[in-house]
Design a binder for this molecule. Structure first.
Ligand SMILES: *Cc1c(COP(=O)(O)O)cnc(C)c1O
Length: 393
């Protein structure tokens, strides 16, 4: 029996593709029948270095033989080093480590509230954008600007407002005396690969400064080189007070992080927040390796070049088919927007040996590993072209 036919004891909360992946190497993965696929999903922007990168294997093996976990009751050298590296890279002051994106955002929301509580100010609410995605915990789903994520989970936590992205007047109208933070993705991932414009983000930063509101950037998908700079915010001219990252940070090993300025981070005092697994020696050692390889293999330059190549190829495809509108995104987080549902295209690509993803119902999303080669991008584009030709659109 094929694996996908024996899922009775798994909760059915994922609409999984009829495919079981058992092995990967670089940007190639294999199913249990031995068929290979070019992987432009990378575990949803997680496998930053592709599959089975030698440096990852080495670090994981060595760390497994040394120490996996010891608890945050003790000092952890790898955690200290990772905090130093991420702070140097981001310009922020302090880091907190957790295990996922939602946990990083949950921590960011808690920190924003605690920051004002510590000053005796009643500010607790967070403004986010419509079509945003911030996670699936109760607070982060309340923060998420998409109804489908909230459906069935009422009563929802209070203190969240959603405004249209790129409308500074809508944001101004939403701010009130209880607004603690504005949380934005510099480039929306799940919501459709939607750009926050630089002028908008600069105006948001000014509003935050004017009203003493904290600016949180959710870079869980865009961070760690994905957009061609270590963090997407570097391309916006705007720095946040709090930054959350996760997906690519561990290259496949679960880890999330919240970074903040020294001033704001001071509110996360001893005993105020914590996690059992967060920042363990294994996940931090692996994240350090991801950062090392991004540097030693010049992957930011690769993301810029391969991103430009992929974008040009997608633009050529968009020009050829009336169903496609525009290509959006930065680096290797690209979206091809369509005026039809894209699910059949994703299926056709899979049948042709190319794994891609949607971002909402009408956008194809491309997120290959940061170290993908020129030839592999060409191959992916050729497979996409073949798949589209077969669909007779
Ligand atoms: C994936 C994602 C999250 C949630 O991360 P999890 O690890 O799934 O909890 C939050 N924000 C953004 C922008 C994401 O892309």
């Amino acid at each position: 029996m094929k694996t996908e036919q024996s899922t009775n004891h798994l909760m059915q909360n994922y609409a999984r593709f009829p495919l079981t992946l058992v092995k990967g190497e670089g940007v190639r993965v294999w199913d249990e029948q031995g068929k290979s696929y070019l992987d432009f999903v990378a575990g949803i922007a997680v496998n930053a270095l592709g599959h089975a990168h030698p440096a990852m294997i080495d670090t994981i093996s060595k760390q497994a033989a040394t120490m996996l976990h010891c608890s945050n009751l003790y000092h952890i050298p790898q955690q200290i080093e990772l905090a130093n590296r991420l702070c140097a890279l981001s310009g922020l002051g302090q880091a907190f480590f957790c295990n996922s994106g939602a946990e990083a955002n949950e921590a960011a929301i808690k920190l924003a509230r605690k920051f004002f509580f510590d000053q005796g100010i009643s500010r607790y609410s967070v403004i986010t954008a419509t079509q945003s995605f911030h996670g699936r915990t109760m607070q982060t789903l309340a923060a998420t600007g998409q109804d489908k994520v909230k459906h069935g989970f009422a009563p929802l936590p209070i203190g969240y407002k959603h405004v249209a992205l790129n409308s500074i007047s809508a944001l101004k109208d939403a701010i009130d005396e209880h607004t603690a933070a504005i949380m934005l993705e510099p480039l929306q991932g799940e919501g459709g690969v939607n750009h926050a414009q630089n002028e908008y983000l600069q105006a948001v930063r000014n509003l935050c400064d004017e009203f003493g509101i904290l600016l949180i950037f959710d870079e869980i998908q865009t961070g760690i080189g994905r957009c061609g700079s270590m963090f997407a915010f570097e391309q916006t001219g705007v720095s946040p007070d709090i930054l959350t990252i996760a997906k690519g940070l561990g290259g496949g090993v679960p880890i999330g992080a919240m970074l903040a300025t020294d001033k704001v981070a001071a509110s996360l005092s001893a005993g105020s927040h914590g996690t059992t697994f967060g920042g363990n020696p294994m996940s931090c050692a692996v994240a350090l390796t991801v950062l090392d390889v991004i540097e030693s293999e010049s992957l930011l330059v690769n993301v810029q070049a391969r991103g430009a190549q992929l974008k040009a190829g997608l633009q050529a495809i968009a020009a050829k088919y009336a169903i496609f509108d525009e290509v959006r995104g930065h680096g290797l987080l690209l979206g091809l927007a369509a005026n039809i549902a894209v699910a059949p295209i994703i299926t056709a690509c899979r049948e042709h040996g190319l794994l891609i993803l949607g971002a909402g119902p009408n956008v194809l999303r491309f997120l290959p590993a940061l170290n993908i080669s020129e030839a592999e991008i060409e191959e992916g584009l050729a497979l996409l072209n073949q798949s589209l030709e077969g669909l007779k659109l």
